[in-house]
Design a protein around this ligand. Structure first.
Ligand SMILES: Cc1ncc(COP(=O)(O)O)c(C=O)c1O
Length: 371
């Protein structure tokens, strides 16, 4: 069965092979080397310039755990933009650790208007942090970070905390340009790795402020995680096989090993940009295919996420489509929560190619054509 669900996604055999390497001591020179192999290309994934003062890190935990870690480093009052299941979760995680949360909520598939964010910050503040999910995997909806960064220029005391779980490696994050303070992600989406570890990036400003705060957690203390990573010493025993896989995949992307078919050889930021362009082409192709069936994506075209298409099903029997594709060896997902039966989701992410997407869509055509 080939995974076209909105993550986890397919992992290349050469990356899976990294998981079978013999264990190494996590206080060894080899482990330090592994950290160093990861840091450079991971900085490219977050869009950091070579002289950036922001820091990347890895932790053996899931994306949700890192929401909690990010929130532990900020003050008590949080403004949460909610437009789907994971942005709702970000707000719930904040409340679970005692934060006071104001939700700015719009229907699933829509994006909170930055002018409403500006109004809330002015009228309901002061806030300590803003939480945003850059790509809502539940609805295939991308929230542009640039306009929010503009709004936050007038509120320097508000930390910008961003979930990039289904955005990283599918589209640019521009962490420094957008003045993010903390970005977090699992690795099982467009990074095309097995689930089990999380990656993050934090600003110098976030780290300095977090050091001054009480952070009531040991394992999820963001300062311990970031400083431990910077010193190439994880606070606790890490999931070392996953670090091997992460290092290999980041190097392969950066060195141009995973470039789209026919792309001229390149490496570094250009190779990452080529990956983003392939995700954009897969998004455009899926939207065009849906249109060919009289269907459309749930979000407005300018807010369609690069790695997840959420298609409004109209009269189409979603359960039959999912089951029929399953029989043909392809796994896609029904709609999330209330959208079950009304939408279906295709995760065109990671190392999937446009050519492979054509095969999936041709199989979907056959299922749909069946009487
Ligand atoms: C946007 C987004 N945020 C958070 C999560 C939660 O990540 P995890 O399941 O790794 O905790 C997911 C999982 O699908 C997600 O898509």
């Amino acid at each position: 069965m080939t995974l076209w669900i909105p993550g986890p996604t397919e992992v290349r055999p050469s990356i899976l092979a990294q998981l079978a390497r013999p264990p190494i001591g996590h206080r060894s020179a080899q482990m330090k080397e592994l950290h160093l192999r990861i840091d450079g290309p991971l900085a490219l994934a977050f869009g950091l310039a070579p002289d950036s003062s922001s820091q990347v890190a890895v932790h053996s935990a899931s994306g949700t755990a890192m929401m909690e870690a990010a929130l532990l480093g900020v003050g008590p009052k949080i403004l949460s933009l909610v437009n789907g299941a994971f942005s709702k979760r970000f707000a719930a995680v904040a409340e679970s650790i005692g934060k006071k949360v104001l939700r700015l909520e719009v229907p699933m598939g829509q994006v909170v208007d930055p002018s409403d964010v500006a109004r809330a910050l002015e009228e309901e503040g002061p806030f300590d942090a803003l939480t945003v999910v850059a790509s809502e995997t539940s609805t295939g909806t991308a929230t542009p970070l640039g306009p929010l960064a503009e709004v936050l220029k007038n509120h320097p005391g508000v930390s910008f905390l961003v979930d990039v779980v289904s955005m990283i490696a599918a589209g640019p994050i521009d962490f420094d340009t957008h003045r993010l303070d903390f970005a977090l992600a699992g690795v099982q989406k467009a990074l095309a790795l097995p689930p089990g570890i999380a990656v993050m990036c934090c600003s110098e400003k976030y780290l300095a402020a977090a050091r001054q705060r009480s952070r009531p957690s040991w394992y999820l203390d963001p300062v311990r995680i970031i400083e431990g990573h910077a010193a190439q010493k994880t606070p606790a025993t890490p999931a070392v096989p996953h670090y091997f896989a992460l290092a290999q995949q980041l190097e392969d992307i950066t060195n141009g090993v995973t470039l789209p078919a026919g792309h001229e050889p390149c490496e570094g930021p250009a190779a990452w940009a080529a990956r983003y362009a392939e995700h954009s082409r897969m998004r455009a192709r899926t939207a065009a295919w849906a249109e060919g069936h009289g269907l459309s994506l749930l979000p407005a075209p300018q807010h369609a996420a690069p790695a997840v298409a959420c298609v409004q099903a109209g009269e189409l029997d979603v359960a039959a489509l999912v089951a029929g594709l399953g029989q043909a060896g392809y796994s896609i997902s029904n709609g999330y929560g209330d959208l079950k039966g009304k939408t279906f989701r295709i995760g065109h992410m990671g190392d999937h190619t446009l050519q492979e997407l054509e095969e999936l869509l041709a199989a979907a055509d056959k299922v749909i054509a069946q009487p």
